[in-house]
Write a new protein. Sequence first.
Length: 190
Amino acid sequence: MSSRGNTRQRIQDIALELFVEQGYEKTSLREIAEKLDVTKAALYYHFKTKEDILISLFRDLTVPIDEVIAWGQTQPRSLETKKEVLNRYSEALSGAAPLFRFMQENQGTVRELSVGEDFKARMLLLLDLVKAPDASLTDQVRCFTALFTMHAGAFALRDAEGDPEDKRKAVLEVATELMTQAHPDAPPER
């Protein structure tokens, strides 16, 4: 990886850390530059604004989510496909816990910025992939909750002992159970 790519990643990591610690609004580009031990001009070379940093973080997350959606839209609408959508989504989110923590703690900011609407649109596409077209309200809630479990599970288990992959699998298991409950008429798996 190029040093420019490494610098960009370091900026994203430090900015996200500061956004989570002290809030997006209270974090300045100057503080990000100081924590990185670079000049504001060096930071400005990569990102002109805090919003540019935030957009880049979401863009890096949404690329694998878009791949899950594109894959799911080409598959049969079977329970097996829906389980695989959840599995692929879980893998796409595996490194995104800090970003979801930021979203949780800065909901107003996320709502005001374009990234919030973009993320919401993706969640609705994912929901459409995992719920039955004629799902009852209760089953729609189960499917929505299955997706939200993927986000919330990272927080819930953040301080729990254990391997991150085991935690991811535990969250995925609960999400899959919820989504499967919403499909009582699905044929049994062979």
